[in-house]
Design a protein around this ligand. Structure first.
Ligand code: GLV
Length: 324
């Protein structure tokens, strides 16, 4: 029976799918699998189901000579050296589509939380500091009718735009691909990135991490943004230079930030950004609804089963391996 190694105890529905025809081994501790254990365990695997915490590089591939597929349970796959997998004819799959709205929901929650001081407000009440109503207590900025600048108008960016429209926001976007169809259909407006940064009250990041987007947001970008603007990131941490962001927030160069992702992850608990009232930092949970995480795990499992059966997986990242 072919063997799949699963690098974390994922949802039972997904393991059930795998167990129907495969020998399944699972790292079942609730922490990322140590690298040495991973490299040992994948030695005889025909497939590996990974999380974004696992680095799939040449060393990984050298330790799993039989593997036909690496199925990542994430839409992002910056943890995977895809060209190296393609050279070895290992199919890589991700989980697009199933987490789009859930991720946009959370990005919007971050936007609202930071603009309206939800998190410090809760802390204030918990700490017993709330003595009376005050006209100047935790005074944030309006979300409705503000300009939402979307950097990256892919699936998640588009859902973010729809949410913004629900709040009567003006939508301006930047993407390497201009989407005139969506502009016409929804009244969204295209702008060059620099113009978007100057104009937006909220800048929300929905690009993938690659050589062009690494540190896309650093001191220079923060200087262009409004002093009152908020930056939201539920994409990947390294798109923002975290230390530069801290300086920008502290010096008042920008108004606030809502982050679901950081560089590094986890962010050290003593990072000074965590002490700022105008920053909300969450532990990479934007896709974390029970329904969505279950769907992601099931899709990853179905991709494994398809490839080991010789069928086409639903969501290949390097389809050229299948076509060759
Ligand atoms: C989560 O960050 C994902 O890429 O799915």
């Amino acid at each position: 029976m072919p063997k799949v190694y699963v690098t974390r105890d994922i949802y039972p529905e997904a393991l059930e799918i795998l167990r129907r025809g495969l020998e399944v081994a699972v790292w079942d501790e609730d922490r990322a699998i140590p690298r040495d254990v991973l490299l040992r365990e994948i030695g005889d695997a025909d497939a590996v189901l990974t999380l974004l915490t696992e680095k799939v590089d040449q060393e990984f591939l050298d330790h799993t000579p039989k593997a036909k597929i690496v199925a990542n349970m994430a839409v992002g796959f910056d943890n995977i050296d895809v060209p190296a997998c393609t050279r070895r004819k290992v199919v890589v799959t991700n989980t697009p589509g199933v987490l789009t709205e859930t991720t946009a929901d959370f990005a919007f929650a971050l936007l609202m939380a930071v603009a309206r001081f939800v998190v410090p407000g809760v802390g204030y009440v918990r700490d017993g500091k709330w003595e009376s109503w005050s006209p100047s207590l935790f005074v944030g900025r309006d979300i409705h009718h503000a300009t939402l600048g979307i950097v990256g108008l892919g699936r998640i960016g588009q859902e973010m735009a729809k949410r913004g429209r629900g709040f009567d926001m003006e939508i301006v976007y930047y993407d390497v691909y201009r989407r005139e169809d969506l502009e016409q259909q929804h009244g969204w407006r295209y702008a060059e990135l620099d113009d978007l940064l100057v104009e937006a009250d909220f800048v929300t990041v929905h690009v993938d991490l690659n050589d062009h987007t690494r540190k896309l947001f650093s001191t220079e970008a923060f200087r262009k943004m409004k002093k009152t603007a908020y930056l939201i990131n539920a994409a990947r941490g390294p798109i923002i230079d975290l230390d530069a962001l801290y300086q920008a927030l502290k010096s008042g160069e920008i108004g606030g930030a809502g982050l679901d992702v950081t560089d590094p992850e986890p962010i050290p608990a003593d990072h000074p950004i965590l002490q700022l009232e105008n920053a909300v930092v969450c532990p990479h949970i934007a896709s974390a609804s029970l329904q969505t995480r279950t769907k992601m795990a099931i899709l990853a499992a179905e991709n494994v089963v398809a490839v080991l059966r010789g069928d086409r997986p639903k969501t290949p990242v390097n389809p050229e391996v299948l076509d060759s």
